[in-house]
Design a protein around this ligand. Sequence first.
Ligand SMILES: [Mg+2]
Length: 186
Amino acid sequence: MRPALFLDRDGTINHDPGYLGDPDAVRLYDGVADALAELQRDRDLPIFIVSNQSGVARGLFGREDVDAVNRRVEEALAERGVEVAKFFYCPHHPEFGEDCDCRKPKTGFARKAAEQFDVDLRQSYMVGDSECDRLFGENAGMTTIMVRTGNGAERLKILEKEGNLPSFVADNLADACLYVQRELKS
Ligand SMILES: [Mg+2]
């Protein structure tokens, strides 16, 4: 059993224009790919990208568009030496009567990844920019990290008032990678 890194996609790895369905609109945040590559270089650390893509349920784009965006993100990361073990996304939304176990903060995908890749969730990390990411990580027993990119800065203000902060707050995903690296060493 080994630790893994779970990442939200939009607002964490790449800029979030809202309902991203066009691969040509994918723009990674600066420094993210290199930081992930550095983290992965000397460790057997699978990376999973888990996102809620309710744009599918809303009819804004199709599953093939989500796949195309994911492929673009995968390619952009691979160019810098980062290997993504698997992309997971939930196309559902409860508003449309779709009850699923895969929409974050539900932990369906965390359990699936753990089973398929021999991952210990208790030793793993979840990084995201929203409350559902933090809860997903917490519900799955992971260490939770929130970034200030995407919706993070705004959400963190609210969470701070409520006393619902994650294990660690990072300026961005590169900063979060440094934290994970330190934690894994200790
Ligand atoms: Mg996000």
